[in-house]
Design a protein around this ligand. Sequence first.
Ligand code: RIB
Length: 314
Amino acid sequence: MSGRRPITVVGSINRDIVVYHDTLPRVGETVFAQHLAFGHGGKGANQAFAASRLGGDVVMVGRVGQDDYGALARQVLATEGCAVAGVRTLGELSGQALVLVGRDAGNRILVIKGANGRFTASELERDAALLARGGFVLLQLEIPLETVVLAAEKARACDARVLLDPAPAIALPLELLRVTDILTPNQTELAALTGSAPASPAEVIEAAQQLRARGPGVVIVKMGAEGCLLLDANGHRRFAAPGVAAIDTTGAGDCFNAALAVSLSEDASLADACRFAVAAASLSVTRPGAQASTPQRVEVEDFLAQLARQESCP
Ligand code: RIB
């Protein structure tokens, strides 16, 4: 597609070890799980993969270890059409994540940082030219915070729009929030970032307003099966998610951010980008895995068309 603006993702790359289970063991207890799967993950790589699959012009900037997985992760991204010049190898193991997926499709994730943890601000300087592409820069928090802050500052200096996924949730310095254009917490992260436990729709809006007052012009709260809430200078707006049979929510938030960025990179409005992102993420939860569950562009478009038909002929 012509006219799309570039997307640069700076973030983590993990090998996912996924255990599908019925019940989690208590301390001292042993239980049987359903099955084990290996997949490609890392919030950064998931966003780069999904943005590429959905039609974005994407460059990934991250660090892998000197192991077989590092080479494979690079290859998987490249095969999807993502440029990997900014994926460099460090003398360390690649990041790994233990992902526990329950019968309710919910996930619990333990991350071993590996090379992601050594992706320092001085390492990022090696890739400064990639941040000068402008367009959109996608960030998350599985690499050192100093690197995220520097990436956001460099991106802003080149007129890029910064999308920050505050996951995993940590206290965010004002210097980062001030250079963030779009902040996309899920409800758990919203609670952690505001020190509250927003439950009702009004409380979610109030918490999002608190975050917006700290710097980002746009806050989009990802609400899983309930869709998302968009808050910007024009006020707030809800985008409902269609009912789907969810089996694995791993990476759905990453798919959402990737789809949002792709849509915005094609000059869609924020509202249309939210609709596209909700549809993409909704399809992703019907399939197992993180990157593996990303729908194709045509699937998302067909799904949106089907939903529009249902709305006009209830
Ligand atoms: O957001 C999902 C991702 O979180 C997984 O792929 C895992 O690697 C962790 O980074």
